[in-house]
Design a protein around this ligand. Structure first.
Ligand code: N01
Length: 543
């Protein structure tokens, strides 16, 4: 695997002294957490494995990487000056612009002086006698802090399946979630793409435009809705900035924390011709709001089928070869896996240099020295791109050996699946917080407002502890159990429970099948968190 250059660098020397908080990760969550804590006078330090800020947007540099939430919404709102000063250039920002934004935030709020780069945390253990977290890096250096805050991201642990023969491949290998920093040009090359999730859907059209030949190995087709991406006009930007507060307020009231139009109508109570018009309007508008067309789409299979069939018909219209179109048309529930937002994805399969290889039945037999083997046929390539996703939500946390009271390991605690209270903390792990952890809305919502809500809650909580002369906070077993039951019960009511998605951990062999994010919606979750804090951190043990 071609490694990002940053990996070669040595861990920086850890600072001496004790911190009020150590924050792991310098993505958007880590940056804002540091800003809040410093503003409150806490001594905080961020430890970051990469050589720069940006998290997801630092690592995911594959061609075509771009956010699937509109840029004016996928942005911080904690500083009005920031949102007034920053100009997004496109409806959906591309990775370089998002990374530039993260860097701008770091510079604007002078955050770098408290971030330690090239420092991968390998272990975090709670020292019960001292009441402090001991955070260690791979080379044995350590730092201590009263609080340890994991800002490690939800989709930050790339999944590389154990393909037979993987190590024998003599060509170039890339993973979309771990892309090199130098420009990779596939011009004139034969390329294999393994996977057809969001990362593949975004990168396939770009790679197809460069490569001599692109083979796409598809196990399960995905639904992609057009992005209709476009430059943002000065008039549009002015209008947004004139009422940013209104936009944020409307977004906060929506399930996903995104301001778009959710209908209260039911698909099955709507006449078919009217329904088709509604789908067409949303298709023309583009983006994730397609699934907001009807309130029953994610709870009633028959309703869902109407939207799924609409998209399948669109795929058949776009793809000229009927056999290929049929392979690309998903048969499962739309929205069960996360929707993809595309720019010319299906049309790419009309190109003469692109071939779709169906591996739904056979799987990939092996990676060979020269390429990819399926059902006895070897596809010879110069490069393989693995767009095989992530060990979502728990992967990055479990890569760190996290030990709570009595040496309890998080891996052991989560053997049957993640257990948290509100996705913010775990019983047995005092003073440990997770930003957008499993059990919170996280990946089902717009990540930026969701991050801000968690960071604000944690910052307020630390302020409360300080004001009340308290040194410890930890969820009670009961609160954790009740919350877990509630999260599971809500998930079981939706169609999202019915497919093999990364939300359920099914993409990782041996991972327990548990629906990890909280599906009750952003407004309901915010209310619950505020209620808990308002009642003196109900469900937490304070000491
Ligand atoms: O990963 P995925 P992703 N043999 O898990 C296939 C976010 N994101 O990186 O479906 C053959 O969706 C696998 O097949 P199957 C977004 O939330 C956001 O694309 O398991 N194939 C699938 O096709 C997204 O949902 C943006 O049958 C194998 C693919 O690899 C999430 O990240 C952009 C295989 C993995 O798809 C993950 O997306 C990009 C095997 N052994 C990503 N193992 C934004 O826009 C796996 N696959 C912000």
């Amino acid at each position: 695997m071609t490694q990002p250059q940053v990996q070669a660098k040595r861990t920086e020397t850890l600072p001496k002294g004790n911190f009020d908080a150590v924050i792991v990760g310098a993505g958007f969550a880590g940056l804002y957490m540091l800003h809040r804590l410093r503003e409150m006078g806490f001594k905080a330090r961020v430890l970051e494995a990469g050589s720069g800020v940006g998290g997801t947007w630092y690592w995911n540099r594959y061609p075509g990487a771009r956010c699937d939430v509109e840029s004016v919404q996928y942005s911080f709102q904690f500083s009005d000056a920031l949102q007034q000063d920053w100009d997004w250039s496109e409806r959906y920002a591309a990775q370089p612009e998002l990374l530039a934004y993260a860097n701008h935030v770091a510079d604007r709020f002078d955050l770098r002086r408290d971030i330690q780069f090239n420092t991968r945390v390998s272990r975090a253990s709670f020292d019960e006698t001292a009441g402090r977290w001991v955070i260690e890096t791979g080379d044995g250096a350590r730092v201590t802090a009263t609080h340890c805050i994991m800002a490690t991201g939800c989709l930050s642990s790339p999944n590389m399946p154990a393909f037979k023969g993987l190590e024998t491949f003599a060509g170039e290998r890339y993973h979309t979630g771990y892309w090199p920093h130098e420009n990779i040009d596939f011009t004139g090359k034969r390329v294999a793409m393994i996977g057809t999730g969001s990362s593949a859907v975004q990168s396939i059209p770009i790679i197809a435009g460069q490569a001599k030949q692109l083979f796409v190995f598809q196990r399960t087709p995905n639904y992609a809705i057009p992005a209709h991406n476009a430059p943002l006009t000065p008039q549009y930007r002015r209008a947004i900035k004139a009422d940013y507060a209104g936009l944020r307020e409307r977004a906060r009231k929506n399930m996903t924390g995104i301001d778009f139009d959710y209908s209260d109508a039911a698909a099955l109570e709507t006449p078919p011709d009217e329904r088709a018009r509604e789908y067409e309007t949303r298709w023309q508008r583009g983006g994730l709001s397609f699934l907001g067309a009807y309130k029953d789409l994610m709870v009633d299979q028959a309703a869902n089928d109407t939207a799924a069939e609409f998209v399948r018909a669109k795929i058949r219209e776009k793809v000229r070869d009927a056999r290929v179109a049929e392979l690309l048309a998903p048969k499962n529930t739309i929205g069960c896996k996360r929707l993809c937002i595309d720019i010319g994805y299906y049309e790419t399969f009309n190109r003469p240099n692109v071939s779709l290889v169906d591996v739904s039945e056979s799987g990939i037999e092996a990676i060979t020295q020269q390429g990819v083997k399926v059902e006895g046929r070897e596809y010879k390539v110069d490069a393989i791109v693995f767009a095989t996703g992530f060990d979502a939500m728990t992967g990055a946390l479990l890569k760190i050996d996290i030990r709570g009271k009595g040496g309890l390991s998080l891996r052991e605690k989560w053997r049957e699946g993640p257990r948290t209270y509100l996705g913010l903390g775990m019983a047995g792990f005092p003073n440990l917080f997770t930003i957008t952890g499993p059990g919170s809305p996280s990946v089902l919502t717009n990540m930026l407002p969701t991050i801000e809500q968690h960071v604000d809650w944690i910052a307020d909580c630390l302020g409360y502890l300080r004001d009340h002369g308290l040194a410890r906070i930890e969820p009670s077993e009961q609160a954790e159990q009740d919350w877990g039951a509630h999260v599971g019960e809500l998930a079981g009511r939706t169609l999202r429970y019915t497919c093999g998605s990364w939300y359920l951990g099914v993409n990782i062999p041996g991972k327990p099948r548990v629906f990890m994010p909280y599906i009750g919606g952003f407004p309901r979750y915010i209310e619950k968190c505020s209620e808990v804090a308002g009642k003196g951190y109900e469900g937490f043990l304070l000491g």
